[in-house]
Ligand binder design. Sequence first.
Ligand code: ZN
Length: 258
Amino acid sequence: MLKEKNEFKEEEHNDYLLLRFLRARDFNLTKTYEMFSNCEKWRESIKIKDLCKNFEFPEEEEVHKLYPRFYHKVDKYGRPIYIEQLGPLDLKKLFNVTTEEKMINHHLAQTELEHIETSCTIMDLKKVGLFQFAKAFSFIKSSSAIAQDYYPEMLGQMFIINAPMLFTSTWKLITPLLDPVTVKKIKILGGKYESEIFKVIDKENFPKFLGGTCECPECTGGCSRTDPGPWKEEQYTKDVSWPPKYCLNDEPKAVLPS
Ligand SMILES: [Zn+2]
């Protein structure tokens, strides 16, 4: 269909990508096409290729301290585990070192560079204060809207842990704005989250500070900076078709630190 309309781009579009859009729209071709072309328009409007090529994020280190987000091993289905900790997040401080736009762009550039089909996301709300929470919520909302509309079916599952009561009630208010398929993949858990988590993640793959048994060596930065996982193994990094060519500069500096 895309080929018929002359909208197929050899270097960007592949079966996996198109399949994700199809699945997100229950294989209804008209709806899939609508969603896909909206996404293409959006990618055009934000100039995604230039963004990938030229985006620099020197504040990475500072941002990580304020807002730890990292990949850590895989779950029982082989999906990379992505952990976000909102506790240390002080938005005022965060937006002193960076901007919301740059945060979102960084996330986009990362998503474009990483060849990840689906992931298992853990969002830790431990120690998130009331005031923080309201501000953080809008950030979560805008990033989840982007994920849902333009990177469909990439979220395998999401666990929100240490969620305060307030979160559960606010969540109920925003769920109508989200795709029901997305909502179904998100589990809100309070402080006793371990048993639910260990249904999908082996203890040894979960950081000790969150209740698992993994202790990555401190010298490489501990669980949150080591980036352990099968993607570090050579057999998976030989794939030359990734990252897509448009993400690479002549100089390898376009490769973002994770
Ligand atoms: Zn670890």
